[in-house]
Design a protein around this ligand. Structure first.
Ligand code: ATP
Length: 268
């Protein structure tokens, strides 16, 4: 479905390369977790896959076509087959949740149906079913600005569920969720992708979930792919390297010599 070879890419809005020599093959319907420390390039990779950023170098093919040699309108058409849930979904604050969810389908709708969807969505049951899978069925007609951060994030995931696309990209979709909700939401997302026959690429800081729930893990370090394969092959040493090597030791990490005095009220 997707083939990247020797890709260098800048972050959205940047010019200097933050991805270097990335090779990646993604088959239709495949599910892949992307892990790596903060700043490793996970968002940049997802934006690249979403055709939001042109690579600086290398070869990018999507379903046998090279998006960046197509005309702008051909590329826009190709993009309608891809859905991206950014870490902070840009949802208009006064919009109803139903409309915000169904907005994921707008690029593939006729002009008339798109207008109706924005005014009084005929596909509201579809949005309701998606929200139900993410434990949010009672929020359908609420305004987006009445949602908590975790609820907004799940609305972003509901957009993937209704998107009718073949490639789902989720950028840290669990960042604002408590552990139980995170697990349930990820399970709903993966099941939805399987049922829709869509490939799922998901960047995650929850390494335990990435290893437990995905058949394939891609690890990035400083913009390079340092591991691509089954979770079982990803050893503890490499994981330590991924998350520790970029951290300078804390200057004041030594514990205090004396225990800190607690207020009397906290000692009973
Ligand atoms: N607009 C920008 N201009 C220049 N550099 C940028 C820009 N946005 C991000 N970067 C840099 O690109 C690198 C990769 O950022 P990216 O957001 O892809 O990392 P990430 O792995 O998703 O991080 P996180 O886990 O913190 O979200 C980082 O070093 C970041 O500082």
């Amino acid at each position: 479905m997707i083939s990247l070879s020797g890709i260098a890419a800048a972050a959205l809005g940047g010019t200097a390369p933050v991805l270097h020599g990335v090779d990646l093959e993604l088959a239709a319907g495949e599910q892949v977790a992307v892990i790596g420390a903060s700043g490793a390039g996970k968002t940049t990779l997802l934006n690249l896959l979403a055709l939001m950023q042109e690579p600086l170098a290398g070869r990018f093919a999507l379903e046998g076509r090279e998006p960046w040699v197509l005309t702008r309108s051909e590329r826009r058409l190709l993009r309608t087959g891809i859905a991206l849930a950014p870490q902070h979904p840009p949802l208009p604050p006064r919009q109803r949740v139903a409309v915000a969810v169904l907005a994921a389908r707008l690029p593939r709708m006729s002009f008339g149906r798109a207008l109706r969807t924005l005014w009084s969505p005929p596909d509201a049951p579809l949005a309701h079913a998606a929200l139900e899978k993410l434990d949010l069925p009672d929020k359908l007609w609420l305004r987006v600005d009445r949602l908590s951060g975790g609820e907004r994030q799940r609305v972003g995931l509901a957009r993937l569920l209704v998107s009718d696309t073949r490639l789902w990209l989720a950028d840290e979709p669990l960042a604002a969720l408590d552990p139980a909700r995170a697990e349930r939401s990820l399970a709903a997302l993966q099941k939805g992708a399987r049922e829709a026959g869509a490939a799922l690429v998901c960047s995650l800081h929850q390494v335990d979930l990435a290893l437990a729930r995905f058949p394939r893990v891609v690890a990035l370090s400083a913009g390079r792919v340092v591991y691509d394969g089954a979770p079982a092959g990803l050893g503890g040493e490499l994981l330590d390297e991924l998350y520790r090597s970029q951290l300078a030791p804390m200057a004041d990490a030594a514990p205090p010599a004396q225990p800190l005095p607690l207020p009397q009220a906290m000692c009973r």
